[in-house]
Design a protein around this ligand. Structure first.
Ligand code: AHR
Length: 497
């Protein structure tokens, strides 16, 4: 069977915010320490303490924005413990994540240095759960105040005279859970209070982000938008894909069967319904669409790798994760009117990581390769693409066999990305191309496919899953025919010669 579709290259649907390709790095397990920060004295090559291999890999995928320091850690973090001479910094116990000692060596200055090296925007998440209004307000002053003030003086004493630019600031994280177990009414009032003191200094304009719902908690969104919508620039949404849906036994990252493959993809697709329904509530209180929806935690969450600290959330990453990433980006693109940022959880060594490290070794995961293949969609114009995605059936259930998205970049090149979700068969797609001159088109492609359902990279075989040049397509009578390998993510570039 051939799946039929139409690409209307002259029907732009708005811009795909590059921040949809954002990341999240928490003080959790080996994400910050070992994964990103090794310190200046480490034998691992680094620049000002930040490991060079990870940095280069992240630059390659043009990471646009990075959220820090949590997550649950954010509502236990006291930023003043993480400034000044490192040897003198106060130690704490990271009670959420493994009960390990946090030496606070990676703090505000180190994070801002990381963002400078990555050339990405910082997204700082403040502490509402165990912090004070004064503490949050002083952090913003320390970061962004350019004149003479107690906090800017302190920043200068710590070696950074100039203020930094900080656009994105989150007022608490998961305040319905680890961030204080609050009711939405209570948090809405706290949000209104805290954000009052998140000031704009000089020409630094802060985008204030309110803590949003846990997956389908529509009441949280309703209350927040009603009570505090006018005080926020964005509200967050957190949704994780667990194969089993059971937090006590989430399912395995590798060694799973086709049923787990199928349910994982189906559960990842639930993101579409979540965004649609939260957006409908937002539309009621914000019909002009001023307030953004930021999905600042998303991705797969499995049982940890055997033998690793359960509090470190370290998991492998397979071709299944690549498909979760690809289809989720298609959903974010579709909702790019409201979805202005998303941050995969998390960048290195935690959950659906794009990079795994072991000592001085580093590997790129299949999810990394999707970020790389999809960077062409950053800030591009979303194009109208309709596709009868067919159906992939398992037992009584079905999901589309193929999902797709298309955009046009600033140079006029069109990129079409496809996910073939079928574990055991290729999919044929025929797309009518409308609204573009076909005569001078040159088409190239790359594909990321698995040779088995849990294909993944290891430190011994780092290239087992890597993109390859793709040419299984033809253009005839205005129609583009493509044969997508089983379990694959594919991107085609249509450029005018
Ligand atoms: O990403 C791991 C954790 O998941 C975050 O700390 C928290 O916000 C969420 O529950």
């Amino acid at each position: 069977m051939t799946l039929q579709g139409v690409l209307n290259a002259d029907l732009g649907q708005g811009s795909i915010n590059r921040n949809i390709y954002g990341h999240f790095s928490e003080h959790l397990g080996r994400c910050i320490y070992e994964g990103i920060w090794v310190g200046e004295d480490s034998p691992i090559p680094n620049t000002n303490g930040i490991r060079n291999d990870v940095l280069e890999a992240l630059k390659q995928i043009k990471i646009p924005v990075l959220r820090w320091p949590g997550g649950c850690f954010a509502d236990e973090y006291h930023w003043k413990d993480g400034i000044g001479p490192r040897e003198a910094r106060k130690e704490m116990i990271n009670t959420h994540w493994g009960g390990v000692v946090e030496n606070n060596h990676f703090g505000t200055h180190e994070f801002m240095e990381l963002c400078a090296q990555l050339e990405c925007e910082p997204y700082i998440n403040g502490n509402v759960g165990s912090g004070t209004v004064q503490e949050m307000s002083e952090w913003v002053e320390y970061l962004t105040f350019g004149g003479k003030s107690p906090m800017s003086d302190l920043r200068g004493q710590n070696g950074h005279e100039e203020p930094w630019k900080v656009t994105y600031f989150g007022v608490g994280n998961e305040n319905w859970g680890c961030g204080g177990n609050m009711r939405p009414e209570y948090y809405a009032d706290l949000y209104r209070r805290f954000q009052t003191y998140v000031r704009n200094y000089d020409d630094n304009k802060i985008h204030r982000i309110a803590c949003g719902p846990n997956s389908d908690d529509y009441n949280w969104t309703e209350v927040l938008m009603r009570e505090a919508g006018r005080f926020m620039d964005s509200i967050t949404l957190h949704y994780y894909t667990l194969p089993t849906g059971d937090w006590t036994d989430k399912g395995e990252a590798t060694g799973f069967d086709e049923a787990a493959w199928f349910t994982t993809l189906k559960k990842a697709m639930y993101m579409d319904e979540l965004i649609t329904r939260h957006s409908t509530i937002m539309d009621k209180y914000d019909p002009e669409g001023r307030v953004g929806l930021i999905v600042d935690e998303w991705g797969t969450w499995y049982n940890v790798e055997p033998g690793t600290n359960p509090g470190f959330l370290y998991q492998q990453n397979t071709i299944r994760d690549a498909l979760v990433a690809g289809l989720t980006f298609h959903i974010f693109h579709k909702h790019s009117g409201r979805v202005r940022m998303a941050n995969i959880a998390q960048t290195v060594n935690v959950l659906q990581a794009v990079i795994l490290t072991e000592g001085e070794k580093m590997i790129l995961t299949p999810t990394y390769h999707v970020f790389d293949m999809y960077k062409v969609h950053q800030d591009a114009e979303l194009l109208e693409l309709s596709l009868d995605g067919g159906s992939y059936k398992l037992g009584d259930e079905e999901i589309p066999a193929v999902t797709a998205t298309a955009s046009r970049d600033a140079q006029g090149a069109i990129h079409i990305s496809f996910c073939n979700l079928q574990a055991d068969s290729a999919s044929q797609v025929k797309l009518d191309l409308r609204g573009l001159a076909l005569g001078d088109l040159s088409i190239t492609g790359s594909t990321l496919a698995g040779d088995k359902i849990d294909a993944h990279n290891t430190f011994e075989q780092p290239e087992a899953v890597a993109p390859k040049a793709f040419n299984d397509f033809s253009l005839e009578n205005g129609a583009l025919s493509v044969t997508l390998p089983a379990m694959s993510v594919t991107t085609l570039e249509l450029a005018v010669k």
